[in-house]
Design a protein around this ligand. Structure first.
Ligand SMILES: C[S@@+](CC[C@H](N)C(=O)[O-])C[C@H]1O[C@@H](n2cnc3c(N)ncnc32)[C@H](O)[C@@H]1O
Length: 282
């Protein structure tokens, strides 16, 4: 019998996720249409239409090689391997982050299309990285400085993926748990103030909404570039944006040619802007 664990990292995504925990690669093994890529929709609901698969993104393709998921992104940049490919260990046993979720693939694809100058010499911090895909993809560009972070159970899979892609020189894996009070030094000391914050598919578990907003706020100022890709799943997601608007404004990212494709899947890429809090005068 399956027992619900109230402390499981993604318990908002319920039974399907528990089944994945029992048999982590069940989508990869039993669903030819999913063909190993994703599992987000497999986790959330039974329907798996072709259009939900991100192989529809024109510059992106995937394959399974030796049990690893390989995602490849076509691009036009000189001095960057063509295509830019990231191999991933996917393993749902440490939590839903161990799978490559659509929003992560979309954000990775967007950043690859933006190219090396967009991230050059920037310190980049990804929240809720899961497999690390997004951070790993940008770190292939020269002169980047990337931190991929998540809760403790995901650290091992992220470290394996860093090694697998030979990106140890540019990527650091660190625990950054939004649940820890912002009064404590929960952001590892060696992480510099990020110039860019990335987050993909981090809106799914209501109790984490205020924690994520606080973490974004703690890590940013008005100059921080924050790219936030999310999938609308439930009415409750509105509550997240209700909390977010106390500290941030946002605009949809309009220069992604794939926007209409993923908008159809209720996925949106936005840029957040920290609101300049008025100084308290004493
Ligand atoms: C749906 S997964 C998305 C993973 C990855 N960004 C992607 O797009 O494939 C959500 C991620 O948020 C992480 N997460 C959830 N609650 C967290 C918390 N309190 N602190 C840090 N990470 C958290 C999960 O561990 C998981 O990796």
């Amino acid at each position: 019998m399956l027992v619900l664990d109230p402390d499981a990292p993604c318990d908002g995504i319920t039974l399907e996720e528990l089944l994945d925990g029992k048999e982590p690669l069940r989508h990869l093994m039993h669903d030819a249409e999913l063909d190993g890529v994703i599992a987000s929709e497999g986790l959330a609901r039974a329907s798996k239409s072709k259009s939900e698969l991100l192989t529809v993104l024109p510059q992106q393709s995937h394959s399974i090689e030796d049990g690893l998921l390989k995602l490849s992104f076509a691009h036009e940049w000189a001095d960057v391997p063509k295509p830019l490919s990231i191999s991933l260990v996917v393993d749902a046993s440490p939590g839903c982050g161990g799978l490559a979720w659509p929003a992560g693939q979309i954000l990775a694809s967007y950043l690859v299309q933006k190219g090396p100058d967009y991230v050059k010499n920037k310190s980049i911090l990804e929240l809720g990285s899961g497999t690390g895909l997004v951070g790993l993809a940008v770190s292939v560009f020269p002169e980047t400085n990337v931190w991929i972070t998540d809760q403790a159970p995901l650290l091992d899979i992220m470290k394996r993926n860093v090694l697998l892609n030979n990106l140890k020189a540019t990527v650091t894996v660190a625990e950054l748990n939004w649940s820890v009070s912002s009064l404590l030094p929960y952001v590892p000391e060696d992480i510099p103030r990020p110039d860019i914050i990335l987050a993909a598919d981090c809106v799914y578990f209501e109790p984490a909404f205020p924690l994520l907003v606080q973490t974004l706020s703690d890590l940013s100022d008005t100059s921080t570039k924050i790219l936030f890709c999310y999938k609308k799943r439930r009415k409750a997601d509105k509550r997240f944006f209700g909390m977010l608007k106390k500290k941030f404004t946002w605009k949809e990212v309009m220069d992604d040619p794939n926007r209409q494709i993923y908008n159809r899947e209720a996925i949106t890429l936005i840029r957040l802007f920290k609101i300049d809090a008025p100084k308290v005068l004493h």
